[in-house]
Design a protein around this ligand. Structure first.
Ligand code: F0G
Length: 367
């Protein structure tokens, strides 16, 4: 259900693109807690799209948000609401990006942050951020699903903690702005397909909410099909989709290189299923080797360096070949930067040649 009357001035004239540009469509008031989130580039693919015969493939580069992922959209709105409600300590469980984002926005708001992470399963750069922004970081044994369960029990036990996982409705509100932004960037046009990685499944429901509201408000006249992409080793929603099951069976020990979406028991699976069903879309699974290949292609053919999870949509294009009409407008959401996840890129400093003088430099670099 869309609550309240349609906002009056969804796309204000002028002003720079950002999450709070869409203030009238957000359920928060007052001074925003902002680090300049949103307004990320929608890049027309130069090489990957044409290699599939797709004329209108776009990459929405959410890695250019302040802490390097789409999480900043939802966090800005959630922390704005949290500060107004008098919250003091904000808490989340995370595969990394949410914790980095929470820690940054809590600092910006003058609040404390606490993050619970699965031990040994979070990319180094994401942890570096959480520590740098001053979060209290606690590791727990097990995977993300265990960390989230413990965090929710902690929140139930003590009112000191304000939860900002994607079950927090303000997170979803902030994340829905990516749909409004894509619509504007395409020249007020709804794409035919939006392809995005799915972990805990908050984001796919947020993206759907954005487009559904645009239509309900009488702004847009169509809706996109949503394609959710999971890693084959962590694919409970894709499994339910492919078997035509009405409910999602949790996976015990999810495993994938895409650590951000290494999730076996997605909290928002019902919303994801509804979004996919209502949009006439689908949920697919891609193998790790395809994710790694897509990540490399995005860097080398498009100049967009993403983390593994964020390459899953491009990896899925191969599966979608033949299912998507070639003249479709397709938007792949690149959810996070590759800079946090460097250990996943195969290179070694000692394999890089060292130039000792001008001659050796010229020799080493000659084409
Ligand atoms: N892509 C990236 C880079 C992510 O970090 C996540 C989720 C997703 C996609 C999937 O989004 O969970 O809403 O379906 N990361 C969470 C975290 C779980 O803790 O940072 P989702």
């Amino acid at each position: 259900m869309i609550k309240g009357p349609p906002p009056t001035d969804i796309f204000p004239r002028g002003g720079s693109p950002s999450v709070f540009r869409y203030m009238s469509a957000l359920p928060v008031r007052g001074e925003p807690v902002s680090l300049g989130e949103g307004g990320t580039p929608l890049l027309a693919s130069r090489r990957i799209g044409p290699s599939f015969g797709l004329r209108d493939l776009y990459i929405k580069n959410e890695g250019q948000n302040p802490t390097g992922s789409f999480k900043d959209r939802g966090m800005a709105v959630a922390v704005t609401a949290a500060r107004r409600s008098g919250a003091r300590v904000l808490v989340c469980a995370s595969t990394g990006n949410t914790s980095a984002s929470l820690a940054a926005y809590a600092s910006r708001a003058g609040l404390e942050s606490a993050v619970v992470i699965p031990d040994g399963k979070v990319a180094q750069g994401k942890l570096t951020q959480a520590v740098a922004y001053g979060a209290k970081v606690v590791r727990v044994a097990g995977g993300f699903d265990d960390a989230l369960k413990m965090t929710l029990r902690l929140v139930a036990r003590s009112r000191v903690f304000y939860p900002v996982n994607s079950i927090n409705p303000y997170r979803i509100e902030g994340q829905k702005t990516v749909s409004l932004e894509v619509y504007e960037q395409l020249g007020r046009k709804v794409p035919d397909y939006v392809v995005l990685p799915v972990g805990n499944a908050g984001n796919i429901s947020a993206v759907w909410k954005g487009f559904r509201e645009l239509k309900a408000w009488g702004v847009a006249d169509g809706l996109p099909r949503l394609v959710g992409v999971q890693a084959a080793g962590a694919a409970p929603i894709a499994e339910a989709y492919s078997k035509g099951l009405g409910s999602v069976r949790p996976w015990e020990n999810p495993e994938t290189v895409a650590s951000a979406i290494r999730i076996g028991n997605p909290v928002s699976w019902k919303k994801a299923q509804a979004a996919v069903r209502e949009s006439g879309g689908m949920v697919v699974a891609v193998e790790d080797r395809e994710i790694v290949r897509a990540r490399e292609e995005m860097s080398r053919k498009e100049g967009v360096f993403v983390e593994a999870a964020s390459a899953a949509p491009v990896a899925a294009l191969k599966l979608l070949d033949g299912m998507i009409p070639k003249d479709s407008t397709v938007v792949c959401i690149a959810t996070g930067t590759g800079l946090k996840d460097q250990e996943a890129v195969d290179w070694k400093m000692d394999s890089m040649p060292l130039a000792s003088d001008d001659d050796s430099l010229a020799r080493l670099l000659s084409p």
